[in-house]
Design a binder for this molecule. Structure first.
Ligand code: DC
Length: 225
């Protein structure tokens, strides 16, 4: 069956600018932006809220039938709902990040969210970002981009964001965390972070946000004709 919907898959490590760039591009193209990291964060947050240790695989998997994760859009901005409650802000804490990282390594959690991700792409034009979109979730996406930047550049951006939020952090710690997460994401057994064979590799090291957006816009235009 021919799919009339267009899918743009953006994968890459943390801090490469995926969500910032994808959001801007989605607005410009009038596509729906799907942040799959937010879905993993919601499952992680659900475990924490239920008093479940996110590294306790058995309990996390047993919790899945009792939760519902939905996406909603408010003026084009994605909201993520847990059992009908908007948890979009609550999933952005360091605890929720750690919990997301733990639950995202579990195949049943990936399967649980996979259907929701595929449903979005089966009913809308989407720009979806994550770690396994071009490889596992949307292998037939018309455009696949693997966005990266040096670990130092990504850590610098994350550091600047944290400092702007008033947090007292050391650059060296942010860099060490970034490298650890890169390692975890690329070495896990289930859907590890890796570029699809047919993905276009984009390195944003040293770019301003405007330069990266422009570059991606041209690339998408070229691919979609
Ligand atoms: O992109 P993010 O930091 O919000 O992602 C949160 C966590 O979810 C991160 O540890 C990686 C994981 N993730 C994943 O395994 N697969 C995806 N498609 C998206 C995110």
């Amino acid at each position: 069956m021919e799919n009339k919907w267009i899918a743009i898959a953006i994968d890459g490590p943390s801090g490469a600018g995926k969500s910032t760039i994808a959001k801007l591009l989605a607005k410009e193209l009038a596509y729906v932006y799907v942040d799959t990291g937010a879905m993993y964060r919601t499952v992680g947050y659900a475990a924490l809220s239920a008093g479940i240790d996110p590294t306790d695989a058995e309990s996390v998997v047993a919790m899945l039938p009792s939760i519902r994760v939905d996406l909603a859009y408010d003026n084009g901005v994605q909201k993520v709902l847990l059992n009908g409650d908007d948890v979009s802000d609550r999933i952005r804490t360091p605890e929720a990040s750690m919990a997301a990282s733990a639950v995202s390594a579990l195949p049943p959690v990936r399967q649980f969210l996979f259907h929701l991700q595929q449903d979005m792409a089966a009913t809308h034009n989407v720009i979806m970002d994550g770690r396994d979109i071009g490889t596992v979730v949307l292998p037939h996406a018309q455009v696949k981009i693997f966005l990266s930047a040096s670990a130092e550049d990504r850590a610098r951006r994350r550091y600047d964001e944290l400092v702007a939020k008033g947090m007292d952090v050391a650059f060296e710690d942010v860099l060490a965390d970034m490298k650890q997460r890169d390692y975890n994401d690329s070495h896990r057994a289930a859907a590890p972070l890796k570029a699809a064979d047919d993905a276009v590799m984009v390195d944003t090291t040293g770019n301003t946000l405007e330069q990266s957006v422009e570059l991606m816009k041209n690339l998408i235009k070229e691919r979609l004709g």
